[in-house]
Design a protein around this ligand. Structure first.
Ligand SMILES: Nc1nc2c(ncn2[C@@H]2O[C@H](COP(=O)(O)OP(=O)(O)O)[C@@H](O)[C@H]2O)c(=O)[nH]1
Ligand SMILES: [Mg+2]
Length: 526
């Protein structure tokens, strides 16, 4: 029989479990998983065998604990089937993690596995009996009243209180688990099991998915050194979590995330954790942090992300120019970002570009663009100052069509978001030309004002354009000058749901990058 089968997140949130013997698992976490020793095929401690499987993509661990004395075969197949089912539910069925009711699925998987395992067993002529979720005493020839092994009692250890292991006081991973003891206890290196290959493969998968730029942590490193106190597998109640809500709220505010947004985010994490259980090996703070990290990462990876390069190449195939409008207030880096995007599309996509000088308002704007057009060696379309920007853009698009130019980059005048009379010409430009994408350019430096700029641009455009279209995406500039105060990125996406297409990380053309959500999360919560 299994003492414990469970599914939990790397943050320690138990999503599903059957059986209740957590102590051996604590040791597994502390001595194997936290130390990234996942190449081991199994772990044996105090008469218990532990096996596990990982789903790094969703931060999930599937683990089984059973008595060494009563071996169970093909456990890895059961864990794998559970993992595949979870992956299917999360990825194909799009069911949120916390909404998965696994019990029924598990029974099906389990029955199937039991059947198949028997077949395998027959084929491989494995002599032992199966003992699955039934009292595991039967084959001990009347010795059921005496523990067959020094540390094991014969009765079913169904709870922490009754656990049969000698080291019954083990509560958490800092509970005197010395290195020496671990070495003594860890006999798994001597055992040869056929799932080694599988785990090696998974290990590869972990490093792959984490090899994202600036990505620093291994899957299980997230456990490491974070465990301070243990919730002991008890239900989380409001009093436990309230101090964490204000602590993390302050952390976010210090990183320039808007106050209301910080509060809303932390409250929603708190609500999602209330009345759930964390495993005894992890602290509530860790669980909170991992849950918050995951929700921020999800927020920063919106479904409506637009891949400018791919879309521009697709437009080229249709022989229509791909039109991008850059808007925002003065001095945020609109013209510089326009030039950077031009450079990117020209070098990466081998696309031909024309720049349209539609900031016909601010003196010097056209001359500044000419410098970019000369440096990038792309044509500049301009009709001088004072002209209606929408008409200049229309002419530029005409030229692009006639000359077979792939992309039109439209520079616009900076305007304060609340200046109605200046917003009208921008809306007219969008109305007349129906660009493929309207990009809002904002600075990473700003706090709430940046959010206000974006929201007002978006709202005004929606109100003033005939089709009711707003901003499609964001370029966040001057990321190089904010250190770890990257909260504007989160605030903007949270408030509007608009994706960050690029970040500007310097003044030169190649200083344009995709936002790495994991890096932002790390900066926000470090
Ligand atoms: N450090 C840094 N400076 C930037 C970035 N983007 C733009 N700038 C600078 O910001 C200033 C204003 O840029 P500009 O494109 O003229 O802004 P615009 O008025 O919105 O068109 C210039 O000095 C740019 O070099 C960036 O990502 N990082
Ligand atoms: Mg400009």
């Amino acid at each position: 029989m299994f003492e414990l089968l469970c599914i939990f997140t790397s943050g320690g949130l138990v999503l599903w479990n059957q059986g209740n013997l957590w102590s051996p698992l604590n040791i597994l976490i502390a001595t194997v998983l936290q130390q990234e020793r996942t190449h081991l095929s199994q772990f044996i401690h105090n008469g218990y065998i532990m096996k596990w499987d990982l789903l790094p993509k969703f931060d999930l661990i599937f683990a089984a604990v059973y008595q060494e004395l009563y071996p169970i075969f093909f456990v890895e197949k059961l864990l794998q089937a559970m993992k595949e089912k979870f992956e299917y539910l999360l990825e194909k069925k799009n069911i949120p993690l916390r909404k998965i009711h696994f019990e029924e699925d598990f029974q099906i998987i389990y029955n199937e596995w039991k059947k198949e395992s028997k077949l395998y067993k027959r084929n491989t002529e494995t002599p032992e009996e199966f003992n699955l979720f039934i009292p595991a005493i039967k084959s001990n020839e009347g010795s059921s009243e005496k523990s067959p092994k020094k540390s094991l009692s014969k009765t079913k250890p169904s709870s922490e209180k009754k656990k049969p292991i000698k080291k019954a006081t083990i509560k958490g991973i800092d509970d005197k688990v010395t290195k020496k003891k671990i070495e003594e206890l860890d006999v798994s290196k001597d055992k040869t099991q056929n799932n080694t290959k599988n785990l090696e493969f998974l290990k590869g998968e972990i490093s792959d998915s984490d090899s994202d730029e600036n990505q620093e942590l291994g899957f299980f490193s997230r456990f490491a050194n974070k465990v301070k106190s243990f919730t002991g597998n008890k239900e989380i109640v409001k009093q436990d979590i309230a101090p964490l809500v204000s602590e993390f709220q302050n952390t976010l505010i210090q990183k320039n995330v808007g106050e209301t947004i910080s509060e809303q985010l932390c409250t929603s994490v708190s609500n999602s954790l209330l009345h759930t259980k964390t495993a005894s090996f992890t602290s509530l703070a860790t669980t909170f942090k991992v849950t918050l990290s995951n929700s921020i990462e999800k927020l920063l990876t919106p479904q409506n992300y637009k891949n400018i390069l791919r879309d521009a190449l697709a437009a080229k195939n249709l022989r229509t120019p791909y039109v991008i409008v850059f808007c925002g207030i003065n001095g945020v880096g609109k013209s510089t970002s326009l030039a950077k995007v031009g450079y990117y599309l020209k070098t990466k996509g081998k696309l031909s570009i024309i720049i349209a000088a539609c900031d016909t308002f601010r003196s010097g704007a056209i001359e500044q663009l000419r410098v970019h057009s000369n440096t990038l060696e792309v044509p500049l379309f301009e009709q001088g100052y004072g002209k209606e920007p929408g008409f200049v853009a229309r002419e530029a698009i005409k030229v692009a069509k006639n000359q077979g130019i792939d992309v039109v980059l439209i520079d616009t005048a900076g305007r304060m978001q609340h200046n109605e009379s200046l917003m009208v010409p921008l809306a007219t430009l969008v109305n007349i030309n129906n660009p493929d994408i309207v990009v809002f350019v904002g600075e990473a430096l700003v706090g709430n004002d940046g959010v206000d700029q974006l929201m007002t641009f978006n709202k005004t455009l929606m109100e003033k354009t005939e089709s009711g279209r707003g901003v499609d995406g964001i370029i966040l500039t001057k990321f190089d000058s904010v250190d770890d105060k990257v909260g504007a990125a989160l605030s903007m996406v949270y408030s509007t749901g608009k994706p960050i297409l690029f970040i500007g990380v310097g003044e030169r053309y190649p200083h344009l990058k995709r936002l790495n959500a994991k890096t932002v999360v790390k900066s926000l919560l470090s």
